[in-house]
Design a protein around this ligand. Structure first.
Ligand code: T3D
Length: 263
């Protein structure tokens, strides 16, 4: 598969996706959104992919919607912004959350608007010290999309989520970490190595079980305790039939490191 606005390479079980529109801070126009959707769909179907790393080229992670595309200067009519959300962002966020494999975001600079919320939709966010997160929507008269109103209250609580989305202030990586919004902050020069190492570590783990964990954690947002206990029972039954469960127990008994295959 060839791509114009991102690169996608699989190595040692890790699919590394790099957004490549640095001149416009990797903001999304429709072609880049479509390419990311296609790459994520292919990752779901490819057993060779056991973890995904999403990062970006240049000084920013992603500035959200390409505003030149959305409203070309001098355009006579406004776009149906709901259509853009439906066609570009909702499929990306759904693909990340339903991918039965862990996704790591390596946030190398500013992540704004949909760019911030796509990062937060990933299972792990590792950010460079100089990175920042901006719910930029209120600055242009829009509401948060790409799951922001779902994810933020769950990550940081309602009071902070309200301030983030209404005020639209820039949140530094260290503040985001202190609030529990992201997994880790690392020196800028270490971001690539740390994010890759995390993705590689996840890719060597029991992929099927990690995918089921993702399902269970996401379902917990809407389930009561009984429903969640029933779901855990079902998912544990599935995990218990996997080759990696057999391997994990054998490795424990034989006092050796487990060699998981992801199945
Ligand atoms: O259609 C819809 O709108 C619906 C979908 C909504 C989803 C969304 O994501 S809405 C939110 C859209 N994003 C924004 O509002 C963020 C806009 N960008 C910024 O506020 C700032 O660029 C940043 C705070 C992210 C970074 O600021 P700074 O000072 O580091 O960089 P800059 O100088 O503003 O930007 C550098 C270049 O990137 C500049 O181009 P130039 O002057 O060098 O030719 C700038 O125009 C361009 N750029 C940055 N963000 C966007 C963009 N071009 C198009 N779209 C962008 N979003």
């Amino acid at each position: 598969m060839t791509h114009e606005f991102l690169s996608a390479d699989v190595e040692h079980g890790v699919l590394a996706i790099t957004l490549r529109r640095p001149d416009v801070l990797n903001s999304f126009h429709r072609p880049m959104a479509r390419e990311l959707q296609a790459v994520l769909a292919a990752a779901a179907a490819d057993d060779a992919v056991r973890a995904v790393l999403l990062t970006a080229e240049g000084r920013a992670f992603c500035a959200g919607q390409d505003l030149e595309e959305a409203v070309p200067p001098g355009a006579a009519a406004l776009p149906d912004v709901g259509d853009i959300v439906r066609d570009s962002y909702n499929p990306i966020v759904r693909a990340i959350r339903t991918l039965p494999k862990p996704v790591v975001a390596g946030v190398n600079g500013v992540a704004a608007g949909a760019g911030a919320n796509i990062a937060l939709a990933c299972d792990f966010v590792v950010a460079a010290e100089s990175a920042s997160f901006i719910q930029a929507f209120s600055k242009i008269g829009l509401v948060p999309d790409s799951g922001g109103t779902f994810l933020l209250p769950r990550l940081v609580g309602r009071a902070r989520a309200t301030a983030l989305v209404m005020l639209g202030d820039r949140v530094t990586a260290s503040q985001a970490h202190a609030w529990g919004m992201i997994h880790e902050v690392v020196p800028d020069a270490a971001l690539g190595d740390v994010a890759r190492a995390l993705a590689a570590r996840l890719a060597a783990m029991p992929t099927l079980a990690l995918g089921l964990m993702k399902r269970a954690l996401d379902a917990s947002a809407a389930n009561d305790l009984d429903a969640q206990l029933a779901l855990e029972e079902e998912l544990q039954r599935t995990a218990g039939r996997s080759a990696d469960y057999v391997e994990g127990v054998r490795a424990f008994q034989q006092k050796r490191p487990a060699q998981f295959t992801g199945r």
